[in-house]
Design a protein around this ligand. Structure first.
Ligand code: B1M
Length: 233
């Protein structure tokens, strides 16, 4: 950190400078600074929704692009996501209070037999950062757990993660069960994980395979926009 950054007093910045500084701090994974800045903007009577969208989400979008392009790597993204979470923790209760619009709700979990969760957690954090509500089921999920949560949470999107070639076929079991139960069209199904690819996603009947967290965010936004257009047509 440079001396200049050491001396920086966030509360002395005007709103525009503070938001730009927040984007830098988010990129650098500086959680205490993000929390302080969120509190400053709240004191300045910014709405929680504006802080979320104009500072945190826009900042996280920059992180997402650089992650996709191979400029940032997993440790840095986890730090940025942690800083984002610090800001979100302050805003979450206030957002619920003010009823800020959410982009959609996603139930996400790693499939049965699989305990890898780093990628799934990253996707959840990036989705949350982009304005989605996330219900994280954790690891080792059965089809009953996925389908039960989709229904009880009133979710729009099912996100499944698998890191093993032996566990990825279980995604098809979940999707086939949704089809058998006549519920497949109720949900957008996105799948991801290192051993998957586009063809596999198509073959199992998912709506899309997402190569990484940034693609998951972009894909979820596209599908939610289509869903809203269909509902309003
Ligand atoms: Co495991 N492991 N592991 N492992 N592990 C792999 C997957 C493996 C490829 C390593 C190797 O051999 N080269 C191999 C699988 C081989 C195969 O199936 N062909 C393997 C194995 C064999 C195993 C064990 C069986 C080892 C053993 O016990 N003998 C065992 C399995 C246990 C089980 O699950 N039942 C095991 C255990 C473990 C640890 C516990 C030690 C640890 C997991 C810790 C944890 O997750 N909490 C671990 C790790 C860390 C790995 C590697 C090294 C790294 C995985 C990771 O976190 N990547 C992995 C090697 C590798 O993948 N190259 C390996 C970083 C993460 C950010 O990327 O998860 O791909 P990723 O997520 C990305 C995208 O894939 C995508 O977005 C994410 C972010 O960009 N994405 C989604 C992921 N999920 C998504 C869901 C979506 C959308 C996008 O939904 C919408």
């Amino acid at each position: 950190m440079s001396d200049e950054e050491d001396d920086l007093i966030l509360s002395e910045l005007n709103d525009e400078e503070l938001v730009l500084q927040m984007m830098d701090d988010l990129y650098d994974g500086m959680k205490p600074e993000i929390e302080e800045a969120v509190n400053i903007l709240l004191e300045r009577k910014w709405t929680p929704y504006d802080i979320l969208t104009k500072a945190l989400v826009e900042g996280m979008a920059i992180v997402g692009v650089d992650f996709r392009d191979g400029i940032l790597f997993v440790p840095e993204v986890l730090l940025a996501a942690g800083a984002m979470k610090g800001g979100m923790t302050i805003l979450k209760p206030l957002l619920i209070e003010t009823g800020a619009p959410r982009l959609g709700k996603m139930v996400i979990g790693t499939v049965k037999g699989d305990i890898h969760d780093i990628g799934k957690n990253l996707v959840g954090m990036m989705m949350e950062g982009a304005g989605f509500e996330i219900h994280d089921l954790g690891i080792n999920n059965s089809l009953e757990e996925y389908i039960g949560a989709l229904e009880s949470e009133g979710a729009d999107i099912l996100g499944m993660s698998a890191l093993l070639t032996t566990t990825m076929p279980y995604m098809k079991v979940v999707i086939d069960t949704l089809v058998e139960q006549g519920k497949r069209d109720d949900y957008i199904v996105l799948v991801g994980g290192a051993p998957l690819n586009e063809e596999f996603g198509k073959a199992i009947g998912a709506d899309a395979y997402c190569r990484d967290a940034a693609v998951a965010v972009e894909t979820a936004k596209e599908f939610m926009a289509k869903k809203h257009n269909q509902l309003s047509a």
